[in-house]
Design a protein around this ligand. Structure first.
Ligand code: G4F
Length: 329
């Protein structure tokens, strides 16, 4: 039986990855902050989310807890480590991004150093992001497109990526990188636009009235479905050799289309419920962030399975069900 460690197991991707690895017969261990585990335990009592986490070995070790991290990695052998933990809100002002930059870079470095010291045979997956491209000069982006990050998050991830690449080249660690574009699900946090919309649609559908305030409705993103994307992470780590892969759908949709699909799913006209608030505007991208996933399709046989419309419908349905339970995040 393979044993995997997931940092950030309480997040959206950590949840779906744990679920997928368990289905493949892995023994799954997860790192999380104490507050993250309290959140899970609280939810376990209410059975939301389901019992998935009871089948994992959870460790209340944050990545800045060096003794805790080193103790775990020196004592438990892992075949694979998925480094997903990170502060990840792109909308944060660059000038406020000290913690994002410091924590995301330092945690990646600590983890790499611990693996090199105690488990050089363990494979490491690094969660890269389209935000490393930031304001790209061309679309779609590939593994060869120059990086040009424009957010604290993107800068921290690019630094992490260079650390990972250096450990791969200098020390021979098996470090696979997925450069993932936006990926969403009913477990997405509410500050991201897809979940913000699905929660509002569920609320408005149940209450019969209401509005939602959004930023730029013309903004476009390459949105995929998170449960599809965690399969790419696993495929990347189980390749013959460590490489970088763009993971994307290659299809752009606007926030307006998101609203149209979500509201029409419950029989409502989005125009009657959406208000534009320029406080939520960000700098417009001249060249859209959209990825070419030809390499991972060709070399690993991965491709997105769930369409944008299916994904949005699932998110709205899940939020309607959640609202009916009375358990609101
Ligand atoms: O949902 P978003 O906040 O996601 P964003 O900024 O693209 O970042 C997400 O995807 C990245 C790529 O995978 C990750 F690196 C990152 O960690 C995160 O997961 O915004 C999506 C788009 C943007 O263009 C934004 O300007 O929606 C636009 N938008 C329009 N109105 C809004 C809103 N975004 C938010 N969050 N809230 C709005 O009201």
């Amino acid at each position: 039986m393979k044993r995997a460690l997931i940092t950030g197991i309480t997040g959206q991707d950590g949840f779906y990855l744990a679920d997928y690895l368990l289905s493949l017969g892995y023994e799954v261990h997860g790192l999380a902050r104490q507050t993250g585990l309290e959140y899970i335990r609280g939810n376990l009592l209410r059975d939301v989310p389901p019992e998935l986490y009871q089948r994992c070995h959870l460790h209340a070790v944050s990545l800045d807890n060096l003794p805790g991290l080193y103790r775990l990695i020196s004592q438990t052998p892992f075949d694979e480590c998925y480094h997903l933990a990170a502060s990840s809100f792109v909308g944060e002002r660059l000038a406020d991004g000290y913690q994002t930059i410091q924590n995301n870079i330092a945690s990646t470095h600590y983890l790499l150093a611990a693996l090199q010291e105690f488990q050089p045979g363990c494979r490491l997956y690094f969660a890269g992001t389209s935000e490393m491209f930031g304001r790209p000069s061309m679309a779609p982006q590939t593994e060869e497109t120059p990086f040009m990050p424009r957010s604290a998050y993107g800068i921290s991830k690019l630094a992490g990526y260079h650390l990972v690449r250096n450990y791969r080249e200098a020390y021979g660690l098996f470090c696979g990188v997925g450069i993932l574009y936006n990926h969403e699900s009913p477990r997405r946090r509410p500050e991201f636009v897809t979940r913000k919309v699905s929660m509002a649609v569920a609320r408005i559908a149940l209450e019969g009235s209401g509005t939602i305030q959004l930023g730029n409705l013309k903004a476009r993103r390459d949105w995929g479905y998170a449960p599809d994307y965690v399969k790419a992470m696993h495929a990347i780590l189980n390749h013959d050799h460590p490489e970088d892969f763009v993971v994307a759908t290659g299809v752009l949709h606007s926030v307006e289309e998101l609203c149209e699909v979500a509201f029409s799913h419950v029989g409502l006209d989005w125009r009657k419920h959406v208000e534009v608030n320029t406080d939520f505007y960000r700098d417009e991208e001249a060249v859209p962030l959209t990825g070419c996933s030809a390499k991972i399709q060709r070399e690993l046989g991965w491709r997105p399975e769930t369409t944008f419309v299916e994904m949005v419908h699932r998110m709205v349905d899940a939020d309607k069900a959640l609202l009916k339970t009375g358990v609101v995040e």
